[in-house]
Structure formats: structure tokens, C-alpha cells
Ligand binder design. Structure first.
Ligand SMILES: NC(=O)c1ccc[n+]([C@@H]2O[C@H](COP(=O)([O-])OP(=O)(O)OC[C@H]3O[C@@H](n4cnc5c(N)ncnc54)[C@H](OP(=O)(O)O)[C@@H]3O)[C@@H](O)[C@H]2O)c1
Length: 311
């Protein structure tokens, strides 16, 4: 099938996920760039509705930040398997099929939580999972459906699948921010992980779409950082009195329903596209902790309030 040359077209984006975290940030970014875009109105499962959105917006590119993530967290998917299939499998494939039929480039914000350290990829070895590696983590229903769909999406010649992990923004009180989560919890595990610093990486996603990239992309900053290393950064940049407690993965399993993945993703591909990409620690310092330090009293008070007064 011949596609238009996406790189040579003046891009017009159709964005799914208006009310979501990442979808909202993508809209703000496109607005600030002056890039033409409209949000979609259709649900992912609604073929006629998506076709009507395409007819209305006449996009060159589609960005999908819609999907079921579960509230308060992915444990929700364990008890809502049919709803999860309907959106994350049927809906996702429906959108993929329509974009192929209409010869549109589709970028989807997917997940890298489909891998887990194992004997071939031991924690701390520095060996990361590549785009070509087969997912080895299906411990939660959310990850199970995401891994299954990724294995299907990779066959599409018009789709870029971005493996997002533990997304982070500068606002330390935003409840979905990975750092806000671990600051809030009573106890945290301590395992190095690949993470996505959204203020740095979201602009790259728009650029990758404009470049017409396809296939799978490990969409994280290079390297891994542990929970304790992040807490140390918070302590040194914002609140020297800050304390936290660790627990083991076995103890964590007692307070969550489904296991969570911990992994390092190989970032050779994204580094090839964006050689200026910052290693995770530097990116966190630039985009999270230096801005927080500039506003220390306010951030510290807001975080302590979020922790119910706990220091
Ligand atoms: N947040 C994370 O920790 C994380 C980590 C890795 C990957 N990701 C992936 O990134 C993507 C976006 O995540 P997010 O955190 O921004 O999600 P989010 O805040 O939960 O937002 C999800 C968005 O999807 C929309 N949506 C849900 N079901 C839909 C359907 N059937 N049709 C159309 N829209 C539907 C929601 O709209 P309504 O409110 O109208 O339902 C909402 O706008 C997801 O695919 C997620 O798996 C997220």
C-alpha cells in the first residue's frame, strides 16, 4: 500500500484523549507550537464516529492518547476485563484499521510496562529490552492487553507505538505524576526503572509523527533511576527533612491486586532520532527538581499537605 509522504505534508493532527492526562498535555503543546489540530469526539470503538471525525478535521496525522488506564490505578482492570478489552484491544485496533484504510499516520501513546527484569535481563545489569524483544510481563490484565495489542499493531506500516513508562511532569502535587505517587505512599519499593519525563519527551512525539516514523519506539529517557534515588533528589532539592520507608516487592504485593512491572528499556532508537535527549537523572533535575527548588517553600508545603502532614 502506498502512503502519502507524511514528512512533506503540512501536518494536521486529530487527537484522541481530550479529557486525559497525556491527551490534555499534547493539546497544550500543539497549541503552543501553533500546530494545526483538533480533538476527536468519537469513542475508539465507534467506527462511524471516527470516520466522521476524520471527515471533519481532514487530518494528515492521528495521535492517540485515549485508552483505559484504570482508577485509582491499573488494578481496576483486573475487575473490568471486558471494558478493558473493549477499549484497549477492540477500540485500539479499530482506530488502527481506520487509519490504515485512510492512509493516515497514527502515533499511539502505549506502554513499556510489558517487560520485567528476569534472568536474561537482570536488574542492574544495564541490559535493556529492545523494541524487537517480545514482552515478558503479563502479570496485570492491563499489561496483558497492552502486550497483546502491541504484537498486532507492529504489523501496521503506518503506526508508531510509543512505549511510555512511569510518566513524570514538573507538578509534584499532580496525583498521576509518578513522583507524586511515590512521595505520597506510606512505603515504596526501591528498583531502578526506565521513565518518561513528559516535558522533555512529548515534543519528540510530535516530531516523530512529523518525520513519519513507524514501528515500536522505547519512549523513555536513557538509563534507569530507582525510587530511592528520586526521593534523595527531592530531599536535596526541596525538603531536607523529607523521610520515606521502603518495603519489599513481596510486601508490596499485599497492598496491590496485580503485580507491577519493573524494567530498563534500551533507548538506542530514540537516542538516534534525538541525540540531545537527557539521561533520566539529568532530565529529572532539569524538568522537575530545579523548577521545584526555585519554588521550594510552596512545593514543600503542598507536598506535606498531600502526605497528610507527614514530613
Ligand atoms: N498514566 C500512566 O501512568 C501511563 C503509563 C504508561 C502508559 N500510559 C498510556 O498512555 C495513554 C494515555 O494515558 P493517560 O494517563 O493520559 O490516560 P487517562 O488520563 O486515563 O486518559 C484516558 C483518556 O482516554 C479516553 N478514553 C477512555 N476510553 C475511551 C474510549 N473508549 N474512546 C475514546 N476515548 C476513551 C478518556 O476519555 P473519557 O474521560 O471521556 O473516558 C481519556 O481522555 C494510555 O493508553 C496509557 O495506557 C499511561
Amino acid at each position: 500500500m502506498a502512503f502519502p509522504n507524511w514528512q512533506q505534508q503540512e501536518p494536521v493532527f486529530l487527537v484522541f484523549g481530550r479529557s486525559g492526562w497525556i491527551g490534555g498535555l499534547v493539546g497544550e503543546l500543539l497549541t503552543s507550537q501553533g500546530t494545526k489540530f483538533e480533538y476527536a469526539n468519537a469513542r475508539l470503538e465507534d467506527r462511524a464516529g471516527i470516520l466522521a471525525d476524520i471527515e471533519r478535521v481532514k487530518p494528515t496525522h492521528v495521535l492517540n492518547a485515549a485508552g483505559l488506564t484504570g482508577r485509582p490505578n491499573v488494578d481496576w482492570c483486573e475487575d473490568h476485563k471486558i471494558e478493558t478489552i473493549r477499549v484497549n484491544v477492540l477500540g485500539m485496533l479499530n482506530l488502527a484499521d481506520i487509519c490504515l484504510e485512510k492512509k493516515l499516520h497514527l502515533t499511539t501513546y502505549a506502554t513499556g510496562c510489558i517487560f520485567h527484569y528476569d534472568k536474561d535481563f537482570p536488574e542492574g545489569s544495564g541490559k535493556g529490552f529492545k523494541e524487537t524483544d517480545t514482552p515478558n510481563f503479563t502479570g496485570s490484565y492491563y499489561s496483558y492487553t497492552k502486550a497483546m495489542v502491541e504484537s498486532l499493531l507492529k504489523e501496521y506500516p503506518n503506526i508508531l507505538v510509543l512505549r511510555v513508562r512511569m510518566p513524570i511532569v514538573g507538578d509534584l502535587t499532580y496525583t498521576r505524576n509518578f513522583i507524586s505517587k511515590i512521595i505520597r505512599y506510606d512505603k515504596i519499593i526501591n528498583i531502578p526503572n526506565s521513565m518518561t519525563v513528559l516535558p522533555e519527551l512529548l515534543p519528540y512525539s510530535i516530531e516523530m509523527a512529523k518525520r513519519g516514523l513507524t514501528g515500536i519506539m522505547n519512549y523513555t529517557n536513557p538509563g534507569a533511576i530507582s525510587h530511592n534515588e528520586i526521593m534523595e533528589l527531592y530531599k536535596s532539592y526541596v525538603d531536607p527533612e523529607f523521610t520515606w520507608k521502603n518495603f519489599s516487592v513481596e510486601e508490596q504485593a499485599e497492598v496491590i491486586k496485580a503485580p507491577r512491572s519493573n524494567n530498563l528499556l534500551d533507548t538506542t532508537r530514540i537516542e538516534g532520532e534525538f541525540p540531545q535527549i537527557l539521561p533520566i537523572r539529568q532530565s529529572l533535575i532539569k524538568h522537575v527538581f530545579e523548577p521545584a527548588a526555585a519554588n521550594k517553600e510552596e512545593v514543600c508545603a503542598a507536598v506535606r499537605a498531600m502526605r497528610g502532614g507527614r514530613v
